[in-house]
Design a binder for this molecule. Structure first.
Ligand SMILES: [Fe+2]
Length: 301
């Protein structure tokens, strides 16, 4: 893992590998108390770190397992309070709920459950507190501002340090892949609204979950995310107009391209996510497309 000191208070931590959706970058905050956000450095590194340098509070931006699975180890090694987004509570406490509302809806529930339990180590979480956008972490870091940024997941939350003008943006898509909305509980309009919301913040530095640190041209990068979504929509429309079938479009890739050499079960998962992203786009296209919902973005392309 790589630790980068951002300020006296904030350290950005990146895992050695993010292969197979098992980890993400997070931050360690030294405020009134020690707080970690999304510190999923993998099944070996995070427990080791919990043992040697235990935090007082652990916060998760959203339920996706590459961000949240480590919370299952927190109680084994520390007395830290685990905070999860209130609107996603069921995803943390019920295996049945999380499978049903993710891969189950997309017809790959059994395969996904196997991966989630046996490879990622899903356990139902107990002993946690819920947060909302209104939560102030008075005991731990009162300066931390929570910003609801749904779309990537229903309760996805970003964390803002107004004094330092620093944002931890979680999975907003500020990485080489762009915004991801591969489950049925994702929403493209919500992703766009969340991007516009964060674009309005006074920010000098963005710390991302999968794309490192951003310092330059932050507003241009936010606009670029929306352009990426518009491009995906246009690409689907073009293919449909040429008579290419839904199955073929999904197989060519909506988000994930060059899938042919990917081995099972990952290949099935990539197709599942591409299928779900296609469905989100298809519903929007039927309704007149993204530009009808957000007329202001028509000139962004
Ligand atoms: Fe995510």
């Amino acid at each position: 893992m790589k630790k980068t000191r951002i300020t006296d208070k904030i350290t950005y931590v990146q895992p050695d590998s993010m292969a197979n959706f098992t980890s993400c970058s997070g931050i360690m905050i030294g405020s009134k108390k020690k707080i970690w956000i999304d510190m999923n450095m993998g099944p070996v590194e995070t427990p080791k770190l919990l043992k040697t340098d235990p935090p007082d509070a652990c916060i998760i931006t959203h339920y996706h397992l590459d961000h949240s699975i480590w919370t299952r180890h927190v109680k084994d090694y520390s007395n830290a309070t685990v905070f999860i987004p209130q609107s996603e509570e069921n995803y943390f406490t019920s295996l049945e709920f999380v499978i049903e509302n993710t891969a189950g809806m997309l017809g790959v529930g059994d395969l996904w459950q196997d991966f989630v339990v046996k490879t990622l180590g899903y356990r139902e979480l107990d002993g946690y507190e819920c947060y909302t956008e209104k939560t102030v972490f008075t005991r731990f870091a009162p300066e931390l501002v929570l910003i609801e940024t749904p779309g990537h997941s229903p309760g996805h939350t970003s964390f803002y340090f107004p004094d330092e003008k620093i944002l931890f943006s979680g999975d907003m898509g500020l990485d080489r892949f762009g915004p991801w909305y591969g489950w049925s509980d994702c929403s493209i309009p919500d992703v766009v609204e969340s991007i516009l919301k964060l674009d309005g913040l006074d920010v000098d530095l963005v710390l991302t979950s999968h794309g490192g640190v951003l310092k330059k041209d932050i507003q241009t990068v936010w606009a670029g995310l929306i352009k990426q979504i518009i491009h995906r929509e246009k690409k689907i429309v073009r293919q449909l107009e040429r008579g290419i079938t839904k199955e073929e479009i999904i197989s060519r890739g909506v988000f994930f391209s060059n899938k042919d050499k990917v081995k099972p079960p990952m290949k099935q998962f990539l197709d599942m996510w591409d299928g779900s992203m296609y469905n989100h786009h298809e519903a929007l296209i039927r309704d007149g497309g993204l530009v009808r919902l957000f007329p202001g973005i028509s000139h962004w392309d």
